[in-house]
Write a protein that binds this ligand. Structure first.
Ligand code: HDD
Length: 714
């Protein structure tokens, strides 16, 4: 949970432009400013600077004659257009991003010499890119998938990239299996289906044959794979890293991002509908929240394990399919990250940003996790084809704030003009510059941790990596009953789409039965398969039976209902005072309120005033909201009761367990819909009822309603 540390910098110290110490941020903004182009008041010109007189017609022989090859203006324009697209990322192609800053809560010198973690006054600029994994650039935001959570810290000592996911483990233990895994999950090669999902034969074929994937797959079948918002996801560095202090003492750490907004998801039915009703649901939500000043915030924390304790756990710290349960090692907060600026140009910033887990700074180091080791090679390599050569670090979004002089020269797309004659080291011609910096306690050259290794050169998996089920079991058994049901349904849905019965059966008998027999039996029943009576392997019993930190229910966030989206359904005859009262009450909680009418036209209030609406109920369906309220006004309530659109809106919100409220007069409408009041379906007009509504919104969904909601048609 985000802490309430008192030494945390005040919001006013860092928001806006009056911040006392914004040197780094300003340097980064300046580096982007140099290349930012504003065409306001400018003449239209060619790339060579020639003013264009006619941008409507190709140069032709006569009005109706053939076009001329000499039309350099048309050819330049079309040639550039023909090459506008670059290869999309092989994985994580669909994404969005934002600028922000990181600030340390204090001086963490005992843990690391990394400069950006030493000084609470220092503001380090960051850029974050969130993504899905499987789908192409144009795929839906709300598909069931892992979400990428990649952060670039532009520190004074060079760029540090924390390239993580919203799940703390991974599908495989060794990078050499990555192409196999990705080929299996990607759309199938013969028909390029499915887009943006894993419910198909090749994925389940692979994961049912590879038990090391069991833990990650159960995370992917949980609500974590269908987040409500990118703002409401935890982030994880996944691997164990090292932090090194000035004395050279190394600690093992796992990185965590904890959202102040809480950890929340949508329901599977919502996710599927949103993929059609608002394909851009997540990127829109992030952009709008930043635009309206509702800056998302995460706390960066680490689980710290001293070098002496490396082997004290029931699992191997180097195995990326394992978590360290937070009950065993709590997360120590280090600082906070705030996202406060949207990109100006999606391509230049979100598409061209290039992350690499190998981008680290002094005070941070790798471990021998074989997945991490392979990643250190893969990311730079992929940029060569994606961004066209080895100079991608010169693209403005990738440029470090720190200077980066060296003797690397030329290559495609080189933009820097290197001065001097000597592009080698040592040299005496240019005074020997640029020169090495010996490692030092602070601000020295990078030095790898001096790890002693004495071993044979082999291709072999460590025996300590062989337990594939105990943590998958811990995960399932730590879920609330609602979350467990969602997991059962997710496996059943996905495996139900698998055509080959032997693959379904293998997943149930050889994977699920080893995780939890109740889980296996429930999924088997939904697939019409016999329930397994025993697992196929002896699963190690973990000393911890449950880890409450794994359940999203235990992460409501620390900002109440700030930023939650509530729809007010109105029609002609609505009571203007009732609308006003609720809008004021919601705005006082910093929730977002939108008025929805039968169409986009204003409605008339009971006292004859025109009340503009934000959208129609069709334009913004219930799946786009966290809660819904129906204000008073007899005529309005009657009109809504006759509108199929309004009734569907309310029934769907009920089905999706959303907090709902109706003015007391709305009882007839509620009865007509066949709905009963519950802890989150409220009738009334006064503040105590509003308070209950806010409390239900804070809990995100009315979980106790889930069984009753089953009966409502989807
Ligand atoms: Fe990866 C992109 C996260 C394993 C190879 N990965 C990529 C991105 C994220 C991750 C967030 C998108 C970055 C962006 O927004 O531009 N990847 C992970 C995590 C992993 C992981 C958390 C396991 C712990 N990845 C992994 C392995 C390999 C790769 C084992 C290869 C051996 N990943 C890539 C890549 C990508 C990439 C092909 C595609 C585009 C890119 O790098 O820049 O190189």
């Amino acid at each position: 949970m985000p802490s309430n540390k008192t030494d945390a910098p005040k919001e006013s110290q860092v928001a806006g432009t009056q911040t006392p110490d914004r040197a780094n941020t300003n340097a980064k903004l300046q580096s982007l400013e140099d290349v930012r182009s504003d065409a306001t008041g400018q003449a239209l010109r060619t790339n060579q600077g020639v003013k264009i007189a006619d941008n409507q017609n190709t140069l032709k022989v006569g009005e109706r004659g053939p076009s001329l090859l000499e039309d350099f203006i048309m050819r330049e324009k079309i040639t550039h257009f023909d090459h506008e697209r670059i290869p999309e990322r092989i994985v994580h192609a669909r994404g969005t991003g934002a600028h922000g800053y990181f600030q340390s809560y204090g001086n963490h010198a005992a843990l690391t010499k990394a400069g950006f973690l030493q000084d609470p006054e220092k503001v380090t600029p960051v850029f974050v890119r969130f993504s899905t994994v499987q789908g192409p650039r144009g795929s839906g935001d709300t598909v069931r998938d892992v979400r990428g959570f990649a952060v670039k810290f532009y520190t004074d000592e060079g760029n540090f990239d924390l390239v993580g996911n919203n799940m703390p483990v991974f599908f495989i233990q060794d990078a050499i299996k990555f192409p196999d895994f990705v080929h299996a999950v990607k759309p199938e090669p013969h028909n390029e289906i499915p887009t943006g999902g894993s419910a198909h034969d090749t994925f389940w074929d692979f994961v049912s044959l590879v038990p090391e994937s069991a833990h990650m797959v159960i995370w992917a079948m949980s609500d974590r794979a269908i987040p409500r918002s990118l703002r409401m996801m935890e982030g994880f560095g996944v691997h164990t890293f090292r932090l090194i202090n000035a004395e050279g003492v190394s600690s093992f750490v796992k990185f965590h991002w904890k959202p102040r907004q809480g950890v929340h998801s949508v329901l599977w039915d919502e996710a599927q509908k949103l993929a059609g009703k608002d394909t851009d649901y997540h990127r829109r939500d992030l952009r709008e929240s930043i635009e309206t000043g509702d800056y998302p915030e995460w706390e960066l924390g680490v689980q710290i394990v001293s070098a002496e304790d490396e082997h004290k756990f029931e699992f191997d710290l180097l195995d990326p399919t394992k978590i360290i349960p937070e009950e065993l090692v709590p997360v120590t907060p280090l600082g906070k990250m705030v996202l406060n600026r949207n990109p100006d140009n999606f391509f230049a910033e979100v598409e061209q940003i290039a992350f690499c887990p190998g981008h680290i700074v002094p005070g941070i180091d790798f471990t021998n996790d074989p997945l991490l080791q392979g990643r250190l090679f893969s990311y730079t390599d992929t940029q060569l084809s994606r961004l066209g050569g080895p100079n991608f670090h010169e693209i403005p979004i990738n440029r470090p704030v720190a200077p980066n002089h060296n003797n690397q020269r030329d290559a495609l797309h080189r933009t820097r003009v290197d001065k001097g004659r000597a592009s080698y080291e040592p040299n005496s011609i240019d005074g020997g510059w640029p020169k090495e910096t010996p490692p030092a306690a602070q601000d020295g050259g990078f030095e790898s941790f001096h790890e002693r290794i004495d071993a044979h050169k082999i291709r072999q998996r460590s025996e300590s990596f062989s337990d594939h089920f105990s943590q998958a079991r811990l995960f399932f058994q730590s879920m609330s009953p609602n979350e467990q049901q969602h997991i059962i349904k997710a496996y059943s849905f996905e495996l139900g789409k698998v055509e080959r019965e032997h693959i379904r059966a293998r997943e149930v008998n050889e994977i699920l039965a080893n995780i939890d027999l109740k889980l296996a039996a429930a999924v088997a029943e939904n697939l019409g398969l016999p329930a397994p009576t025993a697992g196929t392997v002896q699963v190690k019993q973990m000393s911890l039976a449950q880890s409450p930190a794994l359940s999203q229910m235990n992460h409501p966030g620390t900002i109440g209902i700030k930023g939650r989206k509530v729809a007010l359904l109105v029609a002609n005859g609505v009571d203007g005072a009732s609308v006003d009262k609720l809008v004021k009450a919601l705005e006082a909680q910093s929730a977002k309120v939108l008025l929805l009418g039968p169409s986009s036209a204003p409605v008339k209030t009971a006292d004859g005033k025109a009340l503009p609406v934000d959208a129609s109920m069709e334009g913004m369906p219930s799946v786009m909201f966290d809660g819904v309220w129906v204000p008073a006004g007899q005529a309005s309530l009657e009109a809504l009761g006759k509108s199929g659109l309004a009734k569907h809106f309310l029934l769907e919100a009920y089905k999706h367990l959303k907090p709902m409220g109706l003015a007391a007069q709305g009882k007839t409408l509620l009865d007509a819909l066949g709905l009963q009041e519950d802890t989150g379906l409220l009738l009334g007009d006064d503040q105590p009822v509003f308070e209950k509504f806010f409390e239900a919104l804070k809990q995100h969904r009315v979980w106790a309603r889930e069984a009753a909601a089953e009966a409502i048609p989807a």
